[in-house]
Design a binder for this molecule. Structure first.
Ligand SMILES: C[S@@+](CC[C@H](N)C(=O)[O-])C[C@H]1O[C@@H](n2cnc3c(N)ncnc32)[C@H](O)[C@@H]1O
Length: 304
């Protein structure tokens, strides 16, 4: 829309300084575009006293607020089934190639969501980069969330060199790949063949030589791997990881650490359960809020 407004006409060489002065004085009508007039610029102003005349200005197009979304590589995931907002999101950043609507919560043994394509390329695959590591992700095949990126980095930072690590629910391999530079070896199991296949590709993509991917039910790991042989064990299956605690503490060395992830409503909810397995220290930390009544927590548990 165009409108007749007061304006200040200045030489182009003085354009930037004038713009800043008008902005600083609160006089610039920023909803309208400045006019280009040969060697001059004309800024729209609210104050007649400052004006050099009246001019016709074009209104700037209003930026629409983008819908809430989670970004994984080139895929934006929206909670709402809204095709129009998905179109805005797709155009907002060149990196976004697909906008999905998550039609379900994480579900089933493989912890996968159902997705519908709202805009862009018809795919659930993308390439995601986290702290310099690259991951092939296929959200319809295996679980992945970028929200634990800082948590993976936290564990990397507290680790010692040459640790033996076990990830019992490794998915496409984000924890093993994030930790591999410090570890001597990482055993990484998952029950989902699709996740293990992507994990193998991700190990190759990041040229890691010390990760052993395993297609395995974590319940059987106590029969496959030597007892008390790991310095650090990752248990990221928040809904049901308590069912695997016996196996984890059988495999953890004395003095080693189990990182136990869970969904809970109150702080300390799992402390008594964990106390059954160790006399060592139990430290709890909130990872992120999950729903109005639950949060994702991690317990760093020392095996004694
Ligand atoms: C919440 S996801 C976490 C994946 C990965 N750690 C991450 O952060 O992206 C849990 C994973 O556990 C796997 N899983 C579920 N039950 C399992 C079991 N009994 N044994 C091994 N893996 C299992 C699922 O297939 C899924 O990939």
């Amino acid at each position: 829309m165009s409108r007749k407004l007061f304006g200040v006409r200045v030489e182009k060489s003085k354009g930037e300084i004038t713009r800043r002065e008008l902005l600083g004085a609160g006089a610039l009508s920023n909803d309208f575009r400045p006019l280009n007039d040969g060697d001059y610029l004309i800024f729209p102003v609210a104050d007649e006293m400052m004006a050099t005349g009246e001019y016709i200005f074009e209104e700037r197009p209003k930026k629409e607020a983008l819908p809430r979304h989670e970004l994984i590589g080139g895929i934006a995931i929206m909670q709402d089934d809204d095709v129009r907002s998905a179109g805005l999101l797709l155009k907002s950043r060149p990196v976004i190639h697909t906008v999905l609507h998550s039609e379900s919560a994480v579900q089933g043994e493989y912890r996968i969501k159902e997705f519908k394509v709202l805009a862009g390329k018809d795919t659930t695959e993308t390439l995601y980069v986290e702290y310099g590591h690259r991951f092939l992700i296929d959200l319809s095949v295996a679980y992945f969330s970028a929200r634990l990126a800082n948590e993976r980095q936290r564990i990397y930072e507290i680790m010692d060199e040459n640790e033996r690590v076990l990830d019992m629910f490794a998915g496409v391999g984000p924890f093993p790949i994030a930790l591999s530079d410090k570890a001597s070896v990482i055993f990484a199991g998952d029950i989902n063949p699709g996740a293990v296949s992507l994990m193998q590709k991700n190990i190759g993509l990041n040229k890691k030589r010390n990760i052993i991917p395993m297609l395995a039910d974590a319940l059987h790991l106590g029969n496959i791997l030597p007892a008390h042989s790991f310095d650090r064990i990752i248990m990221n299956l928040p809904m049901t990881s308590d069912e695997f605690l016996e196996v984890a503490f059988k495999l953890c060395k004395k003095g080693g650490t189990v990182h136990f992830y869970t969904l809970q409503s109150e702080e300390g909810e799992m402390t008594d359960t964990l106390r059954r397995f160790t006399k060592g220290s139990i430290r709890e930390k909130m990872v992120r809020s999950y729903s109005p009544v639950q949060h994702h927590a991690v317990y760093d548990v020392c095996c004694e």
